[in-house]
Structure formats: structure tokens, C-alpha cells
Design a protein around this ligand. Structure first.
Ligand code: PEP
Length: 253
């Protein structure tokens, strides 16, 4: 396996686990990650917990991600956070284009690409999320929609030498308990790999393609066993250290 495609398991804490509970969860992640040297474990707490979690995971195998950023370096953008600020806080990663941001905050493919570019300009690695809605899947449009989303940021990630991650997260599987089966996930992951390959073989070789959408300890092994699934972006199950640790262990095996 290409070493830059080591399994990556990222926990998206969403708007949960601020303050003390976030620190406790991070401590538990540090403990299980110690026994999993072959897996990259990433946690994405809410903004307000980033600094405390950064301190908690310092010197450990766990790395820090933010859940969002604003694609300007600084300025009068009340309530927003820049890539530089995230780096100052200790972040190595940032999630961009999560379906909840596309759905509730109107983020377009172009804006997601701009965010990925802003992150890379500051050596912050984006985890760029793509995925179709249930309606789009039922209309047979999955690959067309996901390709459109990937095409929007392909030039941006191809220009960078950094190894970014793309997360395929079918919207109908997020937080619903429904998951794509391994074959359904692999079909989309293989297509994404092929689009990256067409752009640049080295890009395809270094990009980790994560699956996200109700990943749990009991389905993780089958999903992570697919040839083009390089890890998982985990929401709900990442809020419980035992579940998140079990998913990371499934990635190691
Ligand atoms: C997510 O928020 O990225 C996610 C995949 O959530 P869940 O695992 O809860 O479906």
C-alpha cells in the first residue's frame, strides 16, 4: 500500500463535546491511538474546544482538525475563523464541504473549493466532503453529482503537493443509521480514484478517500476492507471513545 494512504479515522464531533467533555474524549482517543501505530487518528472538536484539545493531544499520535473555516486570511468577517487561526490553534486538518454546511448554510461547490484552497495555502490539510442526496441516488444520479462536486476542487488539490483527503458521505447515510453497503461505497470510491488518476496519477496515489455515513464498530471492518476506502469520517460514533476506538482498530486489522 502507498504509505501516504495509511488508514485515516477522523471523528467529526459536530456541535457536541465543548469544554471539559471534549478534553475527556480527547484523552480517551490519545489512550487508544497509542496502540494503533498504523492508523492516523484525527479529532474535529467544535471551535471553542480546539485549544484545550490541542493541549490534551500534544505529543500523542492524535492530530487535530477543525470542522470549518472561512477562506480569507483576516478582515471584517464577524464570527468567522481563518486558516491561519486554525494553524495557530494546532490544527493540521480542516473539514470542508460537509453536507450539513452545504444543506443548512448554502455552501456551493465553488465556495467549498475556495475553502480547500485557503486551507492548502496555509499548509492545513482539507478533508473535502462530497455525496449525493437520497433523491439524487434514487434518480440514478450519484456518480454525476459526486463528479460535479469533485470537479469543482480538483484543480485546487492537484496544484498542491499536500496529501489531502476526500470524504464520500452519502447524505442519506449521515446520522440516519443507514450506510452504503461496501459494494455501493467502493463503486463511488473507485470512481473518485479514477477521476483523480485522470487528472494526475500522483494525486490519485496520495489522496485518501474516506467513507462517511453511520460508520459504527459493526460495519467498519467491511467498509474499510474495500480497496479504495482509505479510512472513515465518523460522526455520531466518534462521540463515544469505545466506539471510535473500535472503528480505528477495525482500520488497523
Ligand atoms: C459525519 O458527520 O460526517 C457523519 C458521517 O456522521 P454519522 O457518522 O453520524 O453518520
Amino acid at each position: 500500500m502507498n504509505p501516504s494512504r495509511r488508514p485515516l479515522i477522523a471523528g467529526n464531533w459536530k456541535m457536541y463535546k465543548g469544554g471539559r467533555t471534549g478534553v475527556e474524549l480527547a484523552q480517551a482517543c490519545v489512550a487508544f491511538a497509542r496502540d494503533l501505530p498504523g492508523v492516523d487518528v484525527v479529532v474535529a472538536p467544535p471551535f471553542t474546544a480546539l485549544a484545550a484539545v490541542a493541549e490534551t493531544i500534544e505529543g500523542s499520535a492524535v492530530t487535530l482538525s477543525a470542522q470549518n473555516l472561512y477562506p480569507k486570511d483576516e478582515g471584517a468577517f464577524t464570527g468567522e475563523i481563518s486558516a491561519t487561526m486554525l494553524v495557530e490553534c494546532g490544527c493540521a486538518w480542516v473539514i470542508v464541504g460537509h453536507s450539513e454546511r452545504r444543506q443548512y448554510f448554502g455552501e456551493t461547490d465553488a465556495f467549498v473549493a475556495e475553502k480547500a484552497g485557503a486551507a492548502l495555502a496555509h499548509d492545513l490539510l482539507p478533508i473535502v466532503c462530497v455525496g449525493e442526496t437520497l433523491q439524487q441516488r434514487e434518480a440514478g444520479e450519484t456518480l454525476r453529482i459526486v463528479k460535479q462536486q469533485v470537479d469543482a476542487f480538483l484543480d485546487v488539490i492537484a496544484r498542491s503537493k499536500h496529501a489531502v483527503a476526500v470524504a464520500y458521505e452519502p447524505v442519506w447515510a449521515i446520522g440516519t443509521g443507514k450506510t452504503a453497503g461496501p459494494a455501493e461505497a467502493e463503486e463511488v470510491h473507485a470512481a473518485i480514484r479514477a477521476w483523480l488518476e485522470k487528472k494526475d496519477a500522483a494525486l490519485a496515489a496520495r489522496t485518501r478517500i474516506l467513507y462517511g455515513g453511520s460508520v459504527k464498530p459493526d460495519n467498519a471492518k467491511a467498509l474499510l476492507g474495500c480497496p479504495n476506502v482509505d479510512g472513515a469520517l465518523v460522526g455520531g460514533a466518534s462521540l463515544d471513545a469505545a466506539s471510535f476506538g473500535a472503528i480505528a482498530r477495525a482500520a488497523a486489522s
